[in-house]
Design a protein around this ligand. Structure first.
Ligand code: SAM
Length: 231
């Protein structure tokens, strides 16, 4: 399967393993991952965040309930919400989540946004699990073409050591553990190149209830809600 499908499958597997009730996808783009997660029966709250409203709106209708959803309601409640805003800014609507996914997001952040990102996601949102994926630049030599980056909007592409040192320092600072994996295997004999997409799975080391998270962090709302569906 194509790489993006492998990344989404990785998240689906993780949802199957940890059974989160509330999942937020940061940099959700055209909401493809959210559409897949809609069918995970453990999830009761799904939220998407992107800085770009138009990309979120492209396929937004697919997040709306279908006639069948009304005729045969699911056993659990499900609310799907889309917000316009930046991962460099805190908003209380992002509190209380169990799993936060950031798939191919960080390499699109300006340096000033990347610096604020850990405090927003790990310090403020502080979900039980954070997943971050980003291209592994060591794999680029195996890809066709000679462009500097895989996509013209990428601000950087990290090798394994660069990603891992950033992730380990972030995990240490915010009291998370982190494990590294990826999708897109290198050819046999070239294992040292690593995965095409590198992934860090961060797990919070300290317990926290969503209630305490919300009451202790009074913050003004800055995101704009662009979509909401209640199943
Ligand atoms: N996560 C999706 C996926 O895996 O298919 C799409 C990732 S796309 C390559 C990166 C997305 O991040 C874009 O939709 C872009 O608008 C969004 N983005 C860029 N900077 C952002 C920011 N500061 N806050 C939130 N989203 C941002």
């Amino acid at each position: 399967p194509p790489l993006y499908k492998q990344r989404y499958q990785f998240i689906k597997d993780l949802v199957g393993k940890y059974k989160p009730k509330k999942v937020a996808d940061l940099g959700c783009a055209d909401c493809t991952l959210l559409q897949m997660l809609k069918f995970c029966s453990c999830i009761e709250v799904l939220a998407g965040l992107d800085i770009c409203t138009s990309v979120m709106k492209e396929n937004m209708h697919r997040l709306s309930p279908l006639p069948g959803d009304y005729l045969q309601p699911a056993e659990r409640p499900l609310t799907v919400t889309l917000h316009q805003g930046s991962v460099a800014h805190k908003d209380p609507c992002m509190l209380g989540f169990d799993l936060v996914t950031c798939i191919e997001l960080i390499e699109h952040l300006e340096q000033s946004e990347l610096v604020k990102f850990p405090e927003v996601v790990f310090g403020f949102m502080a979900p039980r699990i954070v997943v971050i994926s980003t291209p592994n630049s060591e794999f680029n030599a195996l890809l066709p073409g000679k462009a500097l980056f895989r996509h013209p909007d990428h601000k950087f592409e990290w090798n394994q050591a660069q990603f891992q040192s950033w992730a380990l320092e972030t995990a240490r600072r915010y009291d998370y553990s982190v494990e590294f994996t990826g999708v897109g295997h290198p050819p046999t004999g070239m294992e040292n190149v690593g995965f095409c997409t590198q992934i860090g799975v961060f797990v919070r080391k300290y317990p926290q209830t969503s209630e305490s998270a919300q009451s202790e962090k009074p913050t003004e709302a800055v995101y704009k809600t662009v979509f909401r569906a209640v199943y």
